[in-house]
Design a protein around this ligand. Sequence first.
Ligand code: FO1
Length: 316
Amino acid sequence: MRVVCLAGGVGGAKLAEGLQQALAPGELTVIVNSGDDLERHSLTICPDQDTVMYTLAGIAGPEGWGLAGDTWQVIGALARLGEGTWFRLGDGDIATHLYRTERLRRGERPTEVAVALGRALGVPSRVLPMADEPVRTRVRTDGGWLDFQDYFVRLQQAPDVREVRFEGAERSQVTPEVAEAFRAAEAIVVAPSNPIVSIGPILAVGGMRQEIAAARRRGVRAVGVSGIVGGKALRGPADRMMASLGEEATALGVARRYASAQLLDTFVIDRLDESLAGGVRALGLQVVVTDTVMTDVAARVRLARDVLAAATAAPA
Ligand code: FO1
């Protein structure tokens, strides 16, 4: 079953790993958010792409991003030189950024570089950036507009977010590779990533919503998973962001967002949120209630199987 999964960072990577294990090699394409990308120390860094790629290669670091067993010599040496090192890059991870930056400088498209990196790391799925054009997520706080990683890492997501924009999205366009993945797709999965700053930028890419809508018109089912359980984001600031943007910080709030974008057929919520199922159904979505907290690999695969079952279920 060919599956296209939209994903951001660590939460998205976990479900993608479950899907990869549940599917045959080559059946999964993950479209990753590139709104978090940044330039540091003259290197092009694509955190969500790398998080998903390393996870699918089985080499992700202990915090979910970066590489397992990495060392920190280069960042330590930069700190001694007085460089700002709040965005920590491991030595092995830097090799990825050198490889990417060099190829981009030679004129390769970001998608081509991502495919080459995935191949070199032995990833049995395709990991595609959402677009080749640069799109940069920026958030407005009471202190003004910030680059995403300034907010996320340097300020540890402390300020309230009042507004979000995806700079460059209006000039971006789905790539031929992304379009081809949707044309071949038999199911679409929206991972339990931050709906505002992980899935939001992907949906803002020119032509993305149309590709999803065209696949759904062909009968392909789209299943989303809530990254908010019991009113708390499993990871990251999605709950606080939704609240400060005036949305309900629950699985129902996430469902509302996706329902108003006419993105999904089915929404998967946690058993803890069973009482919200009626509200989600009232939005016109089917509901699956299951265990969504991916504590280990077995839980990732279990959730992936539940999602795939929902994607193949006959429409109610
Ligand atoms: N997250 C942190 O909290 N601190 C870091 O220093 C940091 C460095 C980093 C380097 C490479 C990379 O691919 C990811 C990195 N992340 C770091 C994670 C990243 O900021 C977030 O996972 C995403 O951008 C949010 O989805």
